[in-house]
Design a protein around this ligand. Structure first.
Ligand SMILES: Nc1ncnc2c1ncn2[C@@H]1O[C@H](COP(=O)(O)OP(=O)(O)OP(=O)(O)O)[C@@H](O)[C@H]1O
Ligand SMILES: [Mg+2]
Length: 567
């Protein structure tokens, strides 16, 4: 038990909410809706007496039960009670319920959260695919409950379903409750929408504000481009956004991985392949794709666009094919086509190593969460303790919350404690290298991630980049002109690097000013010292590439905010 009396250990997490509550609120008005809500909450609380109420948020309840069977019996009792309750104002109230059993550890008062962990998310995801009046149960809960379900309650196997977390499909069972309607439309899982989303073998961490903002932007735009430096999580976030939004696209949501191609001409046939469109010998791939998507409500995720930016015209053509096609692009540089909405992806939220919070507050920071999760993949008993907390926080800070860097560092925990890793990271980042066959080449090292961007620059920008290394703390345009040459040659190019057609990929930067970009800066510095352009060796350090928050803002590069490119 913790300070709120919340239990820990193997628990069944139950989530409930009213289907169509916003509609009900609009129909009834606030006061009458509150009366309905009060009856609903009272009815559920009575039925859920065997559990512990963790949180109530409007019409949404979150409870935990010590026993899977008790949770199942309680939900059946709740649905029966709801069905026999007369709600004020003749309101029809249908509540969806979903549960999953797993490990739960309540957080402290200071951490402000209740339960954390993947099993809690899974339970919420299961509740999310239920219809009003339906109770869904994960395979784990069904197994644990066994035959101990109670009178008039049975389980119906609904088969495997993909949830929006893009993890392995989950076997889902529905409660069949005698005397209540038990036939519902197909569950609202990802499988309802045709899609080719790749299964993720690792958990998705944090990003709640980015998902919320991204979905809001996607509502009002047809081309949403997630930008940011290598390894900041653009691909992962774009897939998650697409999974969240998928059910609004009945004709499908498709992921088009573009990183393997470098020839813009190949973009239409790569899209065709992802959509399963066959291209005959003499057919024009773009024409075939346009024909296929015309009039459809479809979402495309064009992933890793930076190396084929000239193909942005194909994206314009796609958007012109009809009003119901939307595109999420991930790219280190914006596509710069009409109607584009840029969405710079910040690094993960960081702890402040100078003001270390308590251990469980620290473990709530997204960067630390990612580090812990990936460290546990190689060392299952890894924990943040009083001994290693400061080192973990400092590692996350030095790596700027950059997901790729955090993953590469966490994989080293098998051999090095965080305390032993930190001094090595301070000397250089060569430690951050992976031999895992799952990683694409460009993400095996941080150097590779930076070099991928650097290689996309033309000679002039490479020169500018190298000379920019003299500016330790960023620079004003006039200062850049002095060091890098007249405006037409360099500083002007710096400003223009964000202009249409120019490859500002390497220069685009995330928005949080707090982080210091040690990681990318250090890698970029290495690259700069390898460049043949002459940079006096004593004037080391900041690369425009690596210090986007410092320099980009001053010279007008990169994006501090989401920007749209209307014409
Ligand atoms: N929110 C997240 N939760 C869990 N893992 C993440 C998250 N964001 C990124 N990662 C992981 O970090 C690594 C880098 O992320 P990702 O490939 O999305 O970066 P990117 O910005 O698309 O990089 P690139 O510019 O090289 O394409 C991947 O292994 C990814 O799974
Ligand atoms: Mg990517």
């Amino acid at each position: 038990m913790n300070y709120r009396g919340l239990p820990s250990g193997t628990l069944t997490f139950l989530f409930t909410d009213i289907e169509g509550s916003t509609k009900l609120l609009n129909a009834l008005g606030t006061d009458r809706f509150h009366e309905v809500l009060a009856t609903h909450t009272q009815t559920l609380r009575a039925a859920f007496a065997a559990g512990t109420e963790v949180r109530i948020d409007g019409d949404a309840l979150f409870l935990v039960f010590d026993s899977a069977a008790a949770a199942i019996r309680a939900t059946a009792a709740a649905q029966r009670a709801l069905a026999s309750t007369e709600f004020p104002h003749e309101a029809v109230v249908r509540v969806r319920m979903g549960m999953h059993t797993g490990q739960g550890t309540p957080a402290s008062r200071e951490a402000g959260a209740d339960y954390v962990g993947i099993d809690v998310h899974r339970a919420a995801r299961i509740a999310n695919i239920a219809h009003g009046g339906q109770v869904l149960v994960s395979g784990a809960t069904a197994t644990l409950a066994g035959q101990d379900l109670g009178v008039g309650i049975a389980l119906r196997d609904l088969g495997e379903h993909r949830l929006k977390d893009l993890a392995q499909p989950e076997r889902v069972y529905q409660l069949v409750i005698a005397g209540l309607p038990n036939d519902f439309p197909p569950v609202r899982s990802l499988d309802r929408t045709p899609n080719n989303f790749p299964t993720q073998v690792t958990t998705f961490i944090g990003r709640a504000p980015e998902i919320r903002d991204g979905l809001r932007l996607l509502d009002s735009t047809r081309l949403l481009t997630l930008t940011g430096p290598g390894g900041t999580g653009k691909t992962r976030l774009s897939l998650q956004l697409a999974a969240e939004a998928a059910t609004s696209f009945p004709d499908g949501a498709f992921w088009v991985p573009l990183a393997p191609i470098s020839d813009p001409e190949l973009v239409p046939s790569t899209i065709a392949h992802a959509l399963g469109v066959h291209i005959g010998g003499k057919e024009d791939p773009l024409e075939r794709v346009l024909e296929h998507v015309r009039g459809k409500r479809m979402l495309l995720v064009l992933d890793n666009f930076e190396q084929i930016l000239p193909a942005a015209s194909s994206v314009s053509a796609l958007l012109g094919s009809g009003p119901d096609l939307k595109v999420i692009a991930s790219s280190r540089a914006p596509l710069r086509v009409s109607g584009e909405q840029e969405f710079p992806v910040p690094p993960l939220e960081l702890p402040d190593p100078e003001r270390l919070p308590s251990l469980d507050v620290l473990a709530q920071s997204d960067a630390v969460k990612l580090f812990i999760e990936r460290a546990r993949a190689v060392k299952p008993d890894f924990m943040v303790t009083a001994e290693n907390a400061a080192a973990v926080a400092e590692i996350c800070y030095r790596l700027d919350g950059l997901p790729l860097a955090l993953e590469l560092a966490a994989a080293r925990v098998k051999l090095l404690s965080p305390q032993a890793m930190l001094p090595r990271l301070k000397k250089g980042l060569d430690l951050l290298a992976s031999t895992s066959p799952d990683r694409v080449d460009r993400q095996r090292t941080l150097r590779g991630a930076v070099a991928w961007s650097y290689d996309l620059l033309d000679d002039g920008l490479k020169r500018l980049f190298a000379r920019g290394g003299v500016f330790v703390n960023g620079a004003m345009l006039e200062q850049i002109e002095v060091v890098c040459g007249p405006a037409s040659e360099s500083a002007g190019r710096a400003r223009g690097a964000g202009a249409p057609g120019k490859r500002s990929a390497a220069l685009a930067g995330p928005r949080r000013a707090r982080a210091r970009q040690h990681a990318l800066r250090s890698r970029a510095r290495d690259l700069q010292s390898e460049c043949r352009c002459c940079v006096p060796p004593r004037l080391r350090a900041l690369a425009l590439l690596a210090g986007p928050r410092l320099s980009a803002r001053r010279i007008g590069l990169g994006g501090a905010r989401a920007r749209s490119h209307g014409r």
